[in-house]
Ligand binder design. Structure first.
Ligand code: AHG
Ligand code: MN
Ligand code: MN
Length: 324
């Protein structure tokens, strides 16, 4: 009787039961799955309905047409609110911290639609999330948590249909969507030690504006690896987790157009960098910022804080650390 694959929910239920855990995390994860499936559905029908690229348009009812990034935000917000388990949420799409259930047990940080420049082309985008637990004993210690305090972090690649999740000290796992819209077939992910599949992933248009040590390292080392860049962190990092190598988004300085400088990096710490760094750590890798500090150690000062990011195979990240 082994016809069908184990679903993510089977996997999680069994994991939680084995460790004698409560059901609260299951309820939260169920709401996250519901949200991801809905985003997947909207993506697949989006080109026909015109919300993959249209923005600022008004429909016949006189309502503003939402683009998929805004829809995805509403979808995630609704489902995690409905779970009743979230005290506060941080979304890339909302300026303020979103207050949910004061008795909620978790903080959640999410990017509902990562890589939106891929949207009009029907290329992969992502939904990234990190989860921290509130302080149940003693005074609440607030939502600005370092990645090392996450209990889980994951990403869906849409519409490809993969879901990768890391559970604290329990590894990084990948699932694939099946014909019943269940994510199935857990596969444990660890970064390969064999360098032959390693890749570098960065926006090569910016290389002259990186700080000197990084530009020089790239010149010296890039020919040893393949180069891949999809322009969506979720999709680029998805490749990297299985092939190994290094994804980098360094600070951009000295851009001829000063508006295009990102002295602190472009990516957001709480719902982009920390999420992939947590998954990377559980897969045996490492992530640092341009100061050489592990991303998971950085305590955010602001919920939309940006960061530089070097994430991937330990040896490569350590090489970068040694030149900074
Ligand atoms: P988002 O679509 O959520 O704003 O994120 C885009 C991010 C990230 O996904 C990607 O790695 C990076 O921006 C790409 O930036 P460049 O276009 O500068 O390469
Ligand atoms: Mn993003
Ligand atoms: Mn986004």
């Amino acid at each position: 009787m082994n016809f069908f694959e184990q679903t993510f929910m089977d996997f999680l239920l069994e994991h939680q039961e084995r460790h004698g855990r409560t059901y609260h995390f299951l309820i939260l994860m169920n709401s996250i799955l519901n949200a991801a499936k809905r985003i997947q559905h909207y993506y697949l029908t989006g080109a026909l309905k015109g919300y993959l690229s249209l923005t600022g348009q008004i429909n016949v009812q006189g309502e503003k047409c939402l683009r998929l990034d805004e829809m995805a935000n509403e979808v995630v917000k609704y489902h995690i609110w409905r779970s009743g388990r979230v005290i506060q949420a941080v979304s890339e799409e909302e300026e303020d911290i979103i207050q949910m259930n004061p008795d909620g047990r978790y903080f959640i940080y999410y990017d509902p639609l990562d890589g939106s420049s891929n949207l009009p082309h029907n290329l992969p985008v992502g939904f990234l999330f990190g989860i921290a637990k509130r302080n149940l004993e003693g005074p609440e210690d607030y939502h600005l948590r370092a990645g090392k305090e996450f209990i889980a972090a994951g990403m869906f690649v849409i519409p490809t249909g993969t879901f990768t999740i890391a559970l604290k000290e329990a590894g990084c796992w990948r699932f694939h969507i099946d014909e019943t819209m269940n994510y199935v077939k857990p596969t444990r992910i660890s970064l390969p030690s064999d360098r032959s599949s390693w890749e570098l992933s960065f926006n090569a248009a910016h290389r002259e504006y990186y700080r000197r040590e990084i530009a020089e390292w790239l010149l010296k080392n890039e020919k040893k690896y393949q180069f891949r860049y999809l322009g969506a962190l979720a999709a680029d990092f998805h490749r990297l987790l299985t092939n190994g190598g290094l994804f980098l988004y360094p600070a951009i300085i000295n851009h001829p157009n000063p508006k295009k400088n990102y002295p602190e990096g472009k990516l957001r710490l709480m719902y982009e960098a920390a999420v992939v760094s947590f998954m990377c750590q559980e897969a045996g890798g490492l992530a640092i910022n341009e100061k050489g500090k592990p991303i998971l150690e950085v305590v955010p000062k602001h919920h939309h804080q940006r960061t530089t990011l070097f994430v991937g195979s330990k040896e490569l990240v350590e090489e970068i650390a040694s030149i900074l």
